[in-house]
Write a protein that binds this ligand. Sequence first.
Ligand code: HEC
Length: 122
Amino acid sequence: MKSKIFVVLGGVAVMTAIWMQTSCAESPKPAVAKLQPPSPVRTLKLPELDPALPAGKGKETVVLMCAVCHTPHYILNQPPFSREVWMAEVTKMQKTYSAPIPEDKVPEILDYLVAVRGSTAR
Ligand code: HEC
């Protein structure tokens, strides 16, 4: 009795295998992407920002203290800020980002920041 079940199951398995093979063979093959000719692009020129800061008193200090972490362009990217806002910005660099800016350099830095990107508005 047991062997009859195995024969039937075996037959079903063989039939299924044959059916799967034929149905797979009939199914259309996925289109093979045609190889593109090599791209004529050989180099990419990425846009560059001029990181140069305008001349002014304290510029060297600012470059020394600020450009160690990021481009000084961050300064020029900001809208004109009041001295208070720049002060908050420098404090944020010190406190939040651990910028090693000595306190005695801060007034000189602020003078320069206000000179190049200052505003009288608050
Ligand atoms: C210890 C590293 C470090 C130093 C030094 C540093 N910064 Fe930053 N600064 C950061 C980081 C980090 C950010 C946030 C970067 C970002 O969001 O992509 C940032 C962002 C800024 C921004 C963008 C506005 C903002 O608040 O996120 C300005 C403006 C800026 N810094 C000015 C300065 C100035 C001015 C100095 C020098 C007095 C300075 N930074 C020094 C780390 C530093």
